[in-house]
Design a protein around this ligand. Structure first.
Ligand code: TYM
Length: 344
């Protein structure tokens, strides 16, 4: 089994997706469908590392699936499914719990942020989360992982796990027919575009589902009026739009809004500044609201339409899960043989 280029990525179905998810990761997912074999996942097992109301979780899984498709993910071209339908994720996750070291997980900044002060009360799943994420990727021996910058540390851990597995089991890997002793590839993060879309209320914090203020983010399901209102209320500073990139230094809110405009219109920041340099934020925000409502309105509208037929969404997920299982099965068979487990 040679390592072939393969893309894997996922998003958590916790609440609705936002502009950060879209510009930070999904735009790349959609582009990569034309050049790579792609596997895209709704990572529901990751979501339950913090409490999820069961009925809301079910809806969120379908809603995230609908948003993926509405944004341009083609379930024929790519493999699209929810994680819990493919048991290889949890199985390999357990094996990686036994490969990764406590010291590695202790360094994970996302756990520290999410667990907060009351770490004793965090679930064990939240702590072991990065091992499951490594399993998501490596169950398909995926090589490329399009994500936002906040996932970089988790990707580094996945690379460490792949390397340790390859080292620990080198003899067995060679015996299983992998002459170079490499079973798992080193998955590479693909991070381009605005790697961090920031909160509309505070340009130093990333846009996030967990921010208590809904005004801090633009959700993919927001209607046009809501998007326009949130942009209008977005925090800015008293200066206008500069003509050069240097003029954005030390101005996180201005930099964020200009970056969002550039990403939505698929042009460099320099070009946006050439067009808007010298103008006031009021005029720029109006232009930004126009491009944002145009783009997101179409995605939100299409996602709402798809949500009217949940059975069809479930059918798409079941079909994707069957295809994902078929790819993961030979990998898991090899893993079990390499580790020394007996299978029938
Ligand atoms: P999640 O669900 O938090 O976010 C999904 C994707 O959106 C990106 N993202 C952002 N990008 C730019 N600016 C932001 N403000 C912003 N907020 C979120 C994230 O970087 C991510 O790419 N652990 C992952 C899910 C996951 C995964 C995987 C990803 C589980 N298994 C395997 C890749 C491969 C997460 O919590 O993403």
């Amino acid at each position: 089994m040679k390592i072939t280029p393969r893309v894997f990525s996922g998003m958590q179905p916790t609440g609705s997706l936002h502009l950060g998810n879209y510009l930070g990761a999904m735009v790349n997912w959609i582009k990569m469908q034309d050049t790579h074999e792609c596997i895209y996942c709704v990572v529901d097992l990751h979501a339950i590392t913090v409490w999820q109301e069961p009925s809301e979780l079910r809806t969120a899984i379908r809603q995230v699936t609908a948003s993926y498709i509405a944004a341009g993910l083609d379930p024929q071209k790519s493999v699209l499914f929810n994680q819990s339908q493919v048991s290889a994720h949890a199985e390999l996750g357990w094996i990686f719990n036994c490969v990764a070291r406590l010291g590695w997980l202790n360094r994970m900044t996302q756990f520290k942020e999410k667990a907060g002060k009351d770490r004793e009360q965090a679930s064990v799943g939240l702590y072991a989360y990065p091992n499951l994420m490594a399993a998501d990727i490596l169950a398909y021996r995926a090589t490329h992982v399009p994500v936002g910058e906040d996932q970089k540390q988790h990707l580094e851990l996945a690379r460490d796990i792949a390397q340790k597995f390859n080292n620990d089991f080198k003899t067995e890997i060679v015996a299983a027919g992998f002459a170079d002793g490499i079973f798992f590839p080193q998955p590479e993060p693909v991070i381009t575009g605005p790697t961090r879309v920031m909160s509309l209320r505070d340009g130093t914090k990333k846009m996030s589902k967990s921010d208590p203020s809904d005004l801090s983010r633009i959700n993919l399901m927001d209607d046009a009026d809501t998007v326009a209102r949130k942009i209008q209320k977005a925090k800015t500073d008293p200066d206008g739009i500069p003509s050069e990139v240097k003029g954005l230094e030390g101005r996180p809110e201005a930099e964020n809004l200009v970056g969002i405009y550039a990403a939505l219109t698929d042009q460099p920041v320099e070009a946006v500044l050439r067009d808007f340099g010298g103008q006031q934020f009021s005029a720029f925000k109006k232009a930004l609201a126009d491009v944002a409502t145009d783009k997101l309105g179409r995605i939100g509208g299409e996602a709402s339409r798809l949500m009217q037929d949940p059975a069809e969404i479930d059918r798409i997920l079941a079909d994707g899960a069957a295809r994902a299982r078929a790819i993961a099965k030979p990998v898991m068979d090899n893993v079990k043989d390499i580790v020394g487990l007996i299978r029938s």
